[in-house]
Ligand binder design. Sequence first.
Ligand code: GDP
Ligand code: MN
Length: 384
Amino acid sequence: MKLHEYQAKQVFADAGLPVPDSELAASVDEVVEAADRVGYPVAIKAQVQVGGRGKAGGIELVDSEEEAREAADRILGMDLKGLHVDRVLVEAAVDFVNELYVGVTMDRNEGKPVAMVSTKGGVDIESVAEETPEAISRVHVDPSFGMHPFQARKAVYDAGVERDVAMDVASVLTTLYQLWDDKDSTDIEVNPVMITSDREVVCADAVMNIDDDALFRHADLREMEEEGDTAQDDLEAKADEYGFDYVRLSGNTGIIGNGAGLVMTTLDLVDYYGGEPANFLDIGGGAKASRVANALDMVFSDENVDSVVFNIFGGITRGDEVAKGINEALESFDEIPKPVVVRLAGTNAEEGMEILNTDLVTVEKTLEDAVQRAVEYADTEADK
Ligand code: GDP
Ligand code: MN
């Protein structure tokens, strides 16, 4: 589970971390009311779960009611990297002189949590890690002891944070580690932590992800999850409803399979044959006709999709059952929006392939052929 910025900041504030005064708003009038209470200047920040909102035009600093109205009108309802913005955070603007990066995550190679600090904050930390890895200081923490204060100080000094604010930054880091541990977080990132002109330390952004398998012991976070659902990607919401594992990607070849490994393999092959996957969609085992129909409905609702490849391995799910599902689902369309390619293997695959209505789908015997065909179709459709 991924918290929204406003939710993570609530968690931060409860833990005593310094966050700017802020209020959530869902309409232009609410933005103005919130700004009156918070006090100008304010930052108006789109509450969608993607990075780089600033660059994408989802954050604006305003000085007056007139500017606030204009910015709110533009940001509310905008499409930010495929996500619909329906709420903004109205936050007291911070007068900053420096931006730091501070984060805690799991280092799987070391088998330990790692805390990171960098004075190159405010920008994309992945590119900092690639181009100037030495600009990020790291300390590993033994989870049975927690983060010792000296470790936090070391991380902060190693990063080159100025002395007069170092203790405050170190204290932010220890609290973040504590939260990471207490809340079963997989990663916490504050980018930027701002140093103000008054030499105060403020958490200006907040990213916090929670291990879904630990949510059962955090009633407060589960509530946040339900309440925060509104701005979710439409397709991802649909996937939740259908009980599918779905991830939207940026390409145009739609992919449906049963089993995560099978779907990943299909993704790799689409890439191998020069295509670009539009999604990861695992419909799970025991794929009945209705599940197949729902999966097609989902993939066709993604307007980027130019072709679809089904990769089904019949285990518990019998090939003939899946074939019937595919036929039924496709027969329900007046016109099939995009070409569909099917590869069936495993239990009753032969029967399945005979049942498939070849007026509606292209059937291929091998996975390689099916993927190549789907990529070809996607190319042709894209050129139309
Ligand atoms: P992100 O782009 O989604 O990571 O959103 P952030 O909250 O990190 O904001 C991006 C950038 O907007 C920051 O690095 C700042 O440069 C700027 N910004 C955000 N809030 C404020 C603010 O209150 N005051 C000022 N001056 N700049 C801000
Ligand atoms: Mn940020």
